[in-house]
Design a protein around this ligand. Structure first.
Ligand code: P6P
Length: 354
């Protein structure tokens, strides 16, 4: 019979090999696993809310029915605010830093999270996800500050995502490989199902919203046509798969090989940076994909090397098989100097004098 490995056992076993992986990670990952189980339960019921929820939009427990992303956001905060492991948090649903309540102890990590990414897909029963990232505290005060949150992805202590799909999976890394756990609802435990995920060397898919094609830059357009076997070096065309839920698209490409792109464009010349958020989506996914042997870029260079200047800053994202992401960079360097000139100041803002 195969070994039954829970998240706790897996981290304890990892700890033996890497002493610096402290017990705090076990607890932090468990906190996120608990949040995932509770959110999973709510997402599977979401479609029923209208039926089960009373006319005054209270659910069967008499609780005020909340939008699922608000519920997820509050759930993650409440599970983490009192543990003494964190000195600050930040959420895609909140404009600024989220303080640890003054009556709780603080710790040496900060948590950044997108509580329910792709939540517009809930009503049509498409899988959605939670994304989270953990940085180490770098400031000396007791409570965290923006400097503890706005760190480059290269410094991440851990990151992960939960995918609420045909099954609920939690995928995370503490810097020693990427590992996937599948929720056994009967036991209420996440069990190791995908140890040491490595992106397959041959990509099968590309993921892009073709509806934006008219706005894509020349380099991006020619890169996509190359993936379709119609431009540049002859190649077998890649299949096109696009769910419109970042976690689902990247998870599939991680397991099967592929590239996801959400490029910047010049539709609005003063907003050349695309749609996805660096601190709540791109950094965590870039950390995970690089840990699995892939690569993530904003078109100019690694997402993990970007020094953030704002919690909600947006970045273009090319993520997946390294050879394809680097090819995208080459197409952009060759054909998109005008876009690069418009975007570069945003990428380098943090290093400019305030
Ligand atoms: P579009 C969901 O809203 C999201 O933030 C990601 O999960 C997803 O990859 C992207 O936006 C989809 O954006 O413009 O293609 O609908």
């Amino acid at each position: 019979m195969a070994k039954i490995i829970t998240i706790e056992r897996h981290i304890l076993e990892t700890q033996k090999q890497f002493p610096e992986a402290t017990g705090a990670f076990t607890n932090l990952m468990y906190d996120m696993a608990l949040a995932a189980k509770i959110i999973a339960r709510e997402t599977t019921r979401a479609g029923l809310a209208g039926i089960l929820g009373a006319a005054d939009d209270h659910n069967v427990y008499g609780e005020q029915q909340q939008k699922l992303d608000v519920f997820a956001d509050q759930m993650i905060f409440k599970i983490n605010d009192h543990t003494g492991r964190l000195c600050a948090m930040a959420s895609e649903e909140h404009e600024g830093l989220i303080e640890i309540p003054p009556h709780f102890d603080t710790g040496k990590y900060v948590l950044l999270y997108d509580p329910l990414d792709g939540s517009s897909n809930i009503d049509v029963n498409v899988s959605i996800g939670t994304i989270f990232a953990v940085h180490r505290k770098v400031t000396t005060g007791e409570r965290g500050t923006l400097d503890d949150l706005l760190q480059p992805g290269r410094k991440l202590a851990a990151a992960g995502y939960v995918i609420y799909g045909s099954s609920t999976m939690m995928v995370y890394s503490t810097g020693h490989g990427v590992h996937g756990f599948t929720l056994d609802p009967g036991v209420g435990e996440f069990l190791l199902s995908h140890e040491n995920i490595r992106i397959p060397p041959q990509a099968l898919y590309y993921s892009a919203n073709q509806g934006n094609q008219k706005y894509w830059t020349t380099g991006v357009n020619r890169f996509i046509q190359h993936l379709q076997g119609m431009e540049g070096e002859p190649r077998k065309p890649l299949g096109h798969r696009y769910i419109g839920s970042l976690v689902s698209d990247i998870h599939r490409n991680l397991l099967r090989g592929g590239i996801f792109i959400y490029p910047g464009d010049l539709q609005k010349p003063n907003e050349p940076y695309g749609k996805l958020r660096l601190m709540f989506e791109a950094q965590a996914m870039a950390f995970l994909v690089e840990q699995a042997g892939g690569y993530a870029s904003d078109g100019l260079g690694s997402i993990l090397d970007i020094q953030p200047y704002s919690l909600h800053q947006r970045v273009p994202l090319f993520i997946g098989n390294r050879d394809l992401v680097e090819l995208a960079e080459a197409y952009i360097r060759r054909y998109d100097q005008d876009w690069i000139a418009a975007y570069r100041p945003f990428r380098e803002r943090a290093s400019q004098p305030a």
